[in-house]
Write a protein that binds this ligand. Structure first.
Ligand code: K1U
Ligand code: ZN
Length: 187
């Protein structure tokens, strides 16, 4: 398994709608395993394929131990109640915003075994399903901000983005006081 580089805001791959998966192959199961590893290393609760530069309609989610590989996910129903909560994005590090979304959604997807499934997600899980499905449609949480708040977020990002040459965020597994494999490879 490998930790993949994460693409950050400005990389066109984040704005391209994804391509539905025709067949769940071992290569895609390998990608899913790498996406989980990358998500955990980056301390996220979700990750979508475009965030690692891939065009497939695939995302991974782990919210409080509820773990899903989502292949060709779509929202089938959204509840009428909505909640406002702070969101971040692994592709826009250190930028946050309060986003209103339906509290509860039901999604339909194919899992990593090729089985068609439906799941209901409320609260943080429901929010994460929506955030990841948005990524698969080329949409980012900043698109929901008011013009004023979006301008402020983009202005903060303009200053921060130079930390990510070629719009790539390298994710490291940090072990305090010891050198990790990536450090050793750079020496
Ligand atoms: O897709 C991503 O960029 C991952 C993103 C997903 C997400 C964050 C917040 C609400 C919904 C979906 C993250 O995981 S960013 C990390 C983060 O904000 C977070 C981590 C643990 C608990 C709650 C939020
Ligand atoms: Zn995101």
């Amino acid at each position: 398994m490998s930790i993949l580089d994460i693409r950050v805001l400005g990389d066109p791959v984040l704005r391209k709608p994804t391509t539905p998966v025709a067949e769940v192959t071992d290569e895609l199961r390998g990608l899913i395993a790498d996406m989980f590893e990358t998500m955990y290393a980056a301390e996220g609760i979700g990750l979508a394929a475009p965030q690692v530069g891939r065009p497939e309609r695939i995302a991974v989610v782990d919210v409080e131990g509820k773990k899903f590989a989502l292949i060709n996910p779509e929202i089938v129903t959204s509840g009428s109640a909505s909640d406002k909560a702070e969101e971040g994005c692994l592709s826009i590090p250190d930028i946050y915003g309060d986003i209103t979304r339906p509290t509860e959604v039901t999604i339909r997807f194919i899992d990593e075994t090729g089985e068609a499934r439906e799941e209901n997600g409320a609260a943080l899980l429901g929010r994460c399903f929506q955030h990841e499905i948005d990524h698969l449609d080329g949409k980012l949480f900043i698109d929901y901000l008011s013009p004023l708040k979006r301008r402020a977020a983009l202005s903060k990002w303009e200053k921060a983005k130079s930390e990510y040459p070629s719009y790539i965020r390298k994710v490291r597994t940090e072990t305090p006081g010891s050198h990790n494999k990536e450090d050793a490879e750079e020496m």
